[in-house]
Design a protein around this ligand. Structure first.
Ligand code: ADP
Ligand code: MG
Ligand code: ZN
Length: 481
């Protein structure tokens, strides 16, 4: 029997506001435990939360960017449960009336576009953090993170493969970063994802029973865990078994999931509207104002890179995957006017280099100016494309400008005919057999000669001039025979 996987994702994004959602404490990451706390985020009796306006603004940015319907009135509720990292005994979260509903984002996978529905976006506060030391028989509680603002973005069950889930997450993260509201760091936990997975017989519409996967702290783990879970469910069903709704924990070392708990139901949390917080009213003016303040978003930028810069769809996609990469590309164009050439060097050499060194574009050892300067040297026939690669590597290593490297290493391209002629003659004299092969009609040998001349010149000869001169010289030497 053929099965179709069905995937829906819940993403928690930590917002980059300076202070927490209901108090003035700092949200700074990595401070000494329990130094960014106050009676409000510690849940002392008698204190009152005050909503941080910036948090609402950031949530609205995301809501607008994902084409959501914005609720003119939304509410905060209490989600009640006990855990040592939750001093109040409840989490303040939006439940029945979230700030945004019914949006979507478009993802691209293998050249195909697909629209993924966003069910809702709501605001909530983060819990603290438990620190487990394996050498101790107790755990510690750090409440610095208590009250740090989050938005939860819940997708429709619209994804059909681990790769689609990966593409959706990447797009979501890229959007959050473009909007400058979340740093999107999965390893540090500022961008967290739970995956809901079910399967159903191909061609049917009813949703199967889902399991929920937790502890997915990298893109790779998300895709691997989902793939594992799909297969596990298929095996269970094929063996005549049944899927139970439960929460599963992904174990990255073992590459498998283990059961954590049976799935809780919403009514277990005894949600009720928080009496300490007023309903949140958002008016059209505010939405208008935020809409106008948004930067150019990835879809629009990609479109513009295709049309205005004439880039192929794939290039435009890669170059707009982050705002910083797109900015880098456009900075190069301020000094150098061939977009496709810039794109080739960024997507080829530069991204390979950054990848190998585990850096992102902001940490590029080669500034846009310098890359543009290198490309100008190629266009001006000062160096060949091949030598340019050597210069590029040297720029990355030393941080020197390309002109300096070319001078210091004597890499200037040889276009001078007499110099090339000398090399050509040397090569022809050294290879009499190949010369006669050529004369007997074996034209393929021409390529061999070009290669030899380039080598002899240490790659510095202008290839076009080499071809021209070689053609003349080889014919001359045949005439002599
Ligand atoms: P909960 O908090 O109980 O997990 P939510 O409504 O917040 O519920 O999230 C449910 C998530 O699970 C959504 O992303 C939704 O698309 C997804 N989902 C719901 N039903 C299924 C299903 N049968 N198979 C896969 N995903 C599902
Ligand atoms: Mg869930
Ligand atoms: Zn506080």
């Amino acid at each position: 029997m053929e099965f179709e996987p069905v995937i829906g994702l819940e993403v928690h994004a930590q917002l980059k506001t300076r202070s927490k959602i209901f108090c003035g404490c700092s949200t700074e990451f990595g401070a000494e435990p329990n130094t960014h706390v106050c009676p409000i985020c510690l849940g002392m009796p008698g204190v009152l939360p005050v909503l941080n306006k910036k948090v609402v603004e950031y949530a609205l940015r995301m809501a607008i960017a994902t084409h959501c319907r914005i609720s003119p009135e939304s509410r905060f509720a209490r989600k009640n449960y006990f855990y040592p990292d939750l001093p109040k005994g409840y989490q303040i979260s939006q439940y029945e009336l979230p700030i945004a509903l019914a949006g979507y984002i478009d993802i691209e996978l293998n050249g195909h576009n697909k629209r993924i529905g966003i069910t809702r976006i709501h605001m909530e506060e983060d819990a603290g953090k438990l620190l487990h030391d394996p050498d101790q028989s107790f755990s510690r509680v750090d409440l610095n993170r208590t009250g740090v603002p989050l938005i939860e973005i819940v997708s429709e069950p619209d994804m059909r493969s681990p790769e689609e889930a990966g593409a959706y997450l990447r797009k979501l993260r890229s959007l959050l970063r473009y909007l400058d509201i979340c740093d999107g760091n999965m390893e540090e936990g500022s961008f967290r994802c739970d995956a809901n997975v079910s399967i159903r017989p191909a061609g049917t519409e009813t949703l199967g029973t889902r399991t929920e996967l937790k502890n997915l702290n990298s893109f790779k783990h998300v895709e691997k865990a989902i793939a594992y879970e799909i297969n596990r469910q298929k095996d269970v069903v094929m063996d005549g078994g049944q899927i139970f709704q439960e929460t599963l924990l992904w174990n990255p070392d073992k590459g498998q999931t283990t059961s954590m708990r049976s799935k809780e139901e919403a009514h277990d949390y005894r949600y009720f509207p928080d009496p300490d917080l007023l309903p949140l009213m958002v008016d059209d003016d505010w939405v208008q104002q935020i809409t106008q303040s948004l930067p150019e978003l990835p879809d629009a930028k990609r479109e513009r890179f295709s049309t205005a810069h004439g880039l192929p769809a794939y290039d435009a996609e890669v170059l707009t995957s982050s705002r910083e990469l797109a900015d880098y590309f456009e900075s190069c164009l301020e000094d150098y006017s061939n977009p496709k050439q810039v794109s080739n060097w960024i997507m080829g050499s530069l991204l390979a280099l950054l990848n190998a060194e585990g850096k992102d574009i902001q940490q590029s050892p080669i500034a846009p100016r310098a890359l543009a300067a290198l490309l100008k040297l190629i266009d001006g026939n000062v160096i060949s494309g091949k030598i340019a690669k050597t210069v590029f590597d040297e720029m990355a290593r030393t941080g020197k400008p390309p002109e300096t490297i070319v001078q210091e290493k004597g890499l200037v391209q040889v276009t001078d005919s007499s110099e090339i002629e000398q090399i050509v003659q040397k090569v022809l004299a050294r290879n009499p057999k190949e010369v006669s092969d050529y004369q007997n009609g074996k034209e393929k040998v021409f390529g061999f000669f070009v290669g030899q001349v380039m080598r002899e010149s240490k790659g510095k000869a202008n290839p076009q001039r080499v071809n021209e001169i070689l053609k003349i010289q080889i014919d001359v030497s045949s005439d002599r025979q």
